[in-house]
Design a protein around this ligand. Structure first.
Ligand SMILES: Cc1ncc(COP(=O)(O)O)c(C=O)c1O
Length: 467
C-alpha cells in the first residue's frame, strides 16, 4: 500500500518545491536558490531544481534532437514528452535491491503490484480499479492498439479530438484504421468538444473513440459534464470509449482530474481506461503500463484478441511498484513544480514575449502556445511553402522513423520549429503534427527545471527581439 505519504516525502518536498511554493510564479533562478537556501539544513534526498545531465544516453529528447539539428545546438529541448529530473530515489533503491539478486529467470511482478495500482487510484482520485480486470501493457499505446484491434478491423474509423496526441495517428496507421478527427472549438481560450461534429463521425460509422484525459496537447482536464455529454452520445450509439488517462497525475492547482470511468456505471461499463507511471514518474523507457475496465467481457475480448502480457520485464514493474508505493509526496511536489512552471511561462510570455500567447493550462506538463502572431511577423507561411517547393523541385528527401524516404514537406510549424532551434537553441513541437486545428500552435514541454525554462524563455525573447 502507499507508504510515506506524509513522512519522508513531506520533508523531501521542501528541497524540491519549497522554492515553488515560497516564490510562486517569480521563477527567477535567484529566487529559487534563495528558497532552497532557507531549507538547506533539512534531511532531503531529492531536489527538483537539480540540473541532471541527460546528454549522451541515447535519449530522444536531448540526444536525438541534437543529432537531427546538428550543427545547430539544441541547448534546451522541450519537445518529447518526458521529464529531465533525476528519478525518485525510492525507485532507484527498489531497482538496486532487485539487481542485487543476480538471477533473472521467469518471475511475476512484485506481489503487491496490483494492490498499489488500486491504492494509488483510490487514494488520489477515489477511483475504484477492479483488480481482476487489470491487464499489463508494454506502454499505453500498446494497450490502445490491442483495444482497437479487439473491437475493430482494418478500415475502421476511430474518433479522436484534435488537435490531439500525434502518436495516436501512428497507431491507427499501424492498425490500418482511419482517424476521424473531431476538431475542437477554441472558445475564450479553452478547447471545447464539437458535439455535432462528433455525432457526424458516429453517423459515418466510427465505433471507437480515444478520449485523452487530461488532454495532450491542449492541457484540458475534461469536466464531468463535458465527458458525460460525450459519453452519452457514445453509449447511445455503441461507441467504445478508450480513456487514455496517462497524464492524470499532472493537474495544475486551480483544477482537477475526473476519471472517465468514475462518472457512473454506464460510462464505466462502456470504456477501458489506460494509465501508467511512465509520465508521472518519468519511467517511459521501462515500457510498463496497465489498463482496466468495470466490464470484464471487454477485458476478456482484448485478451482473446491476442493481448498476452501476463509476464512483464521485471524491472518495469519493480520501478512502477515503488513509484505508486512511495511516490505520493513526490508526485504532489512535482505537480506544484509544474504548476509553478506554468505560471512562470504565462507571466513571462505576457510581459516579455507577447507574440506567443498562453494561459495557464489545466493538466499534463505540456503547454499549447498560440504562435500565430510570431508566424505572421516572420512570414513563416510563405517561407515554409517556398522551402517545400524547392524540396520538390530538387528532390530533397527525408527519412522517417521507420527508414521510409519521402520528399521533405515543410509545414509552417516545422519551419518555425527549426527557427526556434537555430535562433534560440530551443526545441518545441510543431502544431500541425497534432492534426486538424493544430496549425499556428507549438507544444512546449514544462517537465524540466525552472532554471532551464528561464533560460529557454530568455533565449526566445532575445531571438524575437532580433528579428
Ligand atoms: C496521451 C498519451 N498517450 C500515450 C503516450 C505514450 O505512452 P507510452 O509510452 O506508455 O506508450 C503519450 C506520450 O506522450 C501520451 O501523451
Amino acid at each position: 500500500m502507499i507508504k510515506n505519504k506524509q513522512g519522508v516525502d513531506r520533508r523531501l518536498f521542501m528541497k524540491g518545491v519549497g522554492a515553488t511554493t515560497l516564490f510562486g510564479a517569480l521563477g527567477s533562478t535567484k529566487a529559487i536558490a534563495g528558497g532552497l537556501g532557507q531549507t538547506s539544513s533539512m534531511s532531503m534526498s531529492y531536489d527538483l531544481n537539480e540540473e541532471y545531465n541527460r546528454v549522451g544516453f541515447n535519449n530522444f529528447k536531448w540526444d536525438a534532437i541534437n543529432a537531427q539539428y546538428a550543427p545547430f545546438k539544441v541547448e534546451i529541448p522541450m519537445g518529447v514528452a518526458d521529464m529531465d529530473f533525476r528519478t525518485m530515489p525510492q525507485i532507484t533503491a527498489a531497482l538496486k535491491e532487485r539487481f542485487d539478486h543476480e538471477n533473472w529467470g521467469y518471475e511475476s511482478p512484485p506481489s503487491d503490484y496490483l494492490d498499489n495500482i488500486i491504492a494509488w487510484n483510490k487514494e488520489r482520485y477515489n477511483q475504484v480499479v477492479p483488480k481482476g480486470t487489470i491487464q499489463n501493457c508494454l506502454g499505453v499505446l500498446d494497450g490502445v492498439a490491442s483495444i482497437l484491434r479487439a473491437f475493430g478491423k482494418p478500415g475502421d474509423k476511430i474518433i479522436m479530438q484534435t488537435p490531439g496526441y500525434s502518436s495516436f495517428f501512428m497507431v491507427m496507421d499501424a492498425e490500418h484504421m482511419h482517424t476521424a478527427q473531431n476538431e475542437m472549438k477554441l472558445v475564450n481560450g479553452r478547447y471545447e468538444i464539437d458535439f455535432d461534429d462528433l455525432e457526424k463521425h458516429i453517423a459515418d460509422g466510427a465505433r471507437q473513440l480515444i478520449l485523452c484525459n487530461p488532454h495532450n496537447p491542449t492541457g484540458n482536464c475534461w469536466t464531468a459534464d463535458e465527458m458525460r455529454k460525450m459519453g452519452d452520445i457514445c453509449n447511445k450509439n455503441d461507441v467504445l470509449v478508450i480513456a487514455d488517462e496517462i497524464h492524470c497525475d499532472f493537474v495544475n492547482n486551480h483544477t482537477k482530474y475526473v476519471p472517465y470511468a468514475s462518472l457512473g456505471e454506464e460510462y464505466a461499463m462502456n470504456s477501458i481506461t489506460l494509465k501508467s507511471t511512465s509520465k508521472s514518474f518519468n519511467l517511459a523507457s521501462f515500457r510498463t503500463a496497465y489498463m482496466f475496465s468495470d466490464n470484464t467481457e471487454y477485458m476478456k475480448k482484448v485478451v482473446d484478441a491476442g493481448h498476452l502480457r501476463f509476464l512483464m520485464n521485471i524491472t518495469g514493474t519493480v520501478a512502477a511498484n515503488a513509484a505508486y508505493k512511495d511516490g505520493a509526496g513526490y508526485m504532489d511536489d512535482m505537480r506544484s513544480y509544474i504548476d509553478g512552471n506554468s505560471k512562470y511561462l504565462e507571466k513571462t510570455l505576457a510581459e516579455k514575449i507577447p507574440l506567443m500567447k498562453y494561459k495557464v493550462h489545466e493538466g499534463t506538463y505540456l503547454t499549447w502556445i498560440d504562435c500565430n502572431a510570431l508566424i505572421d511577423l516572420l512570414g513563416a507561411k510563405k517561407k515554409a511553402a517556398d522551402e517545400t517547393a524547392y524540396n520538390i523541385e530538387n528532390k530533397v528527401m527525408v527519412t522517417d522513423f521507420f527508414g521510409v524516404k519521402s520528399i521533405k514537406h515543410v509545414d509552417t510549424g516545422d519551419w518555425l520549429q527549426t527557427w526556434f532551434v537555430e535562433h534560440a537553441g530551443v526545441n518545441i513541437n510543431a502544431g500541425e503534427h497534432y492534426g486538424k486545428g493544430g496549425a499556428g500552435f507549438m507544444r512546449m514541454n514544462l517537465g524540466t527545471t525552472r532554471k532551464k525554462l528561464v533560460k529557454a524563455l530568455e533565449n526566445i525573447e532575445k531571438a524575437i527581439n532580433e528579428i
